[in-house]
Design a protein around this ligand. Structure first.
Ligand SMILES: [Zn+2]
Length: 124
């Protein structure tokens, strides 16, 4: 894992990862109710510390979140632009499409339930 060099970068990274986790969590819990979901664990970061609780995902959402976390953790841009404004689209096209669907769905859900705080620093 590339360690952020300043506390500010560290905070920004944790913040971004928490949003990613939150959005994939909402999407998977609401859309993949018939799939078997397993506790999500990932070597690059401590999900429980970032998210504050255990996360369970289906296999395809797990793969997507792993990809997203890896990309965000290794982002070489400093300061990091919002992904949609970035000149380098680093996501694999398959995951890029998937994460956009997740962001759109969960973003709408958060708006409808009045939890706008998550949308202030949208990644996508
Ligand atoms: Zn899922």
């Amino acid at each position: 894992m590339i360690q952020p060099t300043t506390p500010k970068q560290r905070k920004q990274l944790d913040h971004d990862l928490a949003i990613l986790v939150k959005f994939v969590d909402i999407y998977c819990r609401r859309k993949h109710t018939t799939r078997q979901r397993q506790p999500f664990e990932f070597g690059l970061c401590d999900i429980k510390e970032i998210y504050g609780r255990e996360l369970r995902l289906c296999p395809s959402c797990k793969k997507l979140l792993c990809h997203a976390i890896t990309k965000r953790t290794h982002c070489p841009m400093d300061p990091k632009p919002a992904c949609k404004h970035c000149p380098e689209h680093c996501y694999h096209p398959k995951y890029r499409q998937q994460i956009r669907k997740v962001m759109a769905y969960s973003g709408r859900h958060l708006v409808l339930t009045g939890r706008l705080d998550y949308l202030l620093h949208l990644l996508f």
